[in-house]
Design a protein around this ligand. Structure first.
Ligand SMILES: [Zn+2]
Length: 345
């Protein structure tokens, strides 16, 4: 990950030297050492085990590993009574986590709310989402979510919308409408790899994010393939549609022009071979729907009403597009019904 915009960075209280930055990770009532990676340096810090336990069930397991005797005891007495226990471990390794996002979560966990920024760059937002997902602690940042979402990240990183990282942010933080809208947009724009058409690519040919919830890209591929087949099948019949159309004023010349224009459109589309068989199409549903457009000819300006082929193309393509199923699956919708997430939208 590249470094983020300094204007939006989490404000370091100390100097930017490694020694100063190290103090950022030292909190009050600390009893557990931590190791973190922050701005490219490995730093040592010290945190409160009780703060960690309250903040995240995953961190709770770090502090009281399930195999420890105290954890066994707590299973019996209940989690509310764990506050008096001494942590069973002396150190936690957070080196693999993004340091800035971790610092933000640790500040919330240790009630240092004034140090939590109200704006996050897109990249920081993503890193916080990754850690909240990993440590199951969305509730920790809930009070800041509306502000973070209100900050417009579109111009900052358009690729995030195309590749699915922003979809993941919406997923983690329970923004169902954003998730649904983005999933639909991605479906219409998804391309496939040249070789075997089994991998999704963005409109610009970039790979999809590995953070996209399971099942979604597979569904993109399935729906895309079905829709492309339908559109190509319709396009292959355009000349037959054209044959049935007759000039409203009975001019044979008009019929010939209509047929000729349709044939030329098909030829130019390069979607079919010389025998009329569909070639392999790797582009998006959106692009395919725009492939063959009504093609008004200057000589037809007095016969505009005769352009029924163009009207038929638009009508049928729209019909196919409207019938495209939504790519979000029941398993995804179920995710947003979690109590924790329902409160965030
Ligand atoms: Zn006509």
């Amino acid at each position: 990950m590249a470094s983020s915009s300094p204007a939006l960075a989490i404000r370091p209280k100390a100097a930017s030297s490694p020694d100063g930055a190290q103090n950022l990770f030292i909190f009050k009532s600390a009893d557990v050492d931590i190791t973190v990676t922050y701005k490219g340096s490995i730093l040592k810090g010290r945190v409160s085990s009780h703060a960690l336990c309250l903040a995240s069930p995953a961190w709770h397991k770090f502090v009281y590993p399930p195999w420890s005797p105290i954890a066994d005891q707590k299973e019996e007495t209940g989690p509310d009574l764990q506050g008096d226990s001494k942590a069973t471990i002396a150190a936690i390794d957070f080196k693999d986590d993004n340091g800035e996002a971790l610092l933000l979560l640790l500040r919330v966990a240790h009630l240092k709310f004034a140090d939590v920024p109200s704006k996050l760059s897109y990249e920081q937002f993503l890193n916080v989402a990754i850690l909240c997902d990993e440590y199951d602690c969305v509730n920790l940042v809930k009070p800041w979510l509306s502000k973070w979402f209100a900050y417009k990240h579109g111009a900052e990183n358009y690729g995030a919308y195309q590749e699915g990282d922003y979809l993941f942010i919406a997923w983690v933080f329970g923004r169902q409408k954003t998730f649904n809208d983005l999933a639909k947009m991605m479906l219409l724009d998804v391309r496939v790899t040249e070789e075997n058409q089994s991998e999704c690519l963005t409109h610009w040919g970039a790979k999809f994010s590995h953070l996209i919830p399971q099942g979604l890209t597979e569904n993109f591929l399935k729906i895309r393939s079905e829709t492309v087949t339908k559109v190509l099948e319709f396009y292959s019949r355009i000349l037959y549609v054209s044959e049935d159309q007759r000039c409203l004023k009975g001019l044979g010349q008009c019929d010939v022009i209509q047929y000729g224009l349709s044939a030329r459109q098909l030829d130019r589309s390069r979607l079919f071979d010389s025998r009329g068989d569909a070639l392999r199409y790797n582009g998006s549903i959106h692009d395919l729907g725009m492939y063959i457009q009504p093609y008004p000819s200057p000589t037809l300006h007095i016969h505009r009403a005769c352009d029924r082929i163009g009207v038929e193309i638009q009508r049928t393509v729209m019909q196919i597009m409207r019938a495209i199923p939504h790519p979000v699956l029941p398993v995804h919708r179920q995710h947003f019904t979690k109590e924790l997430l329902r409160l965030t939208e």
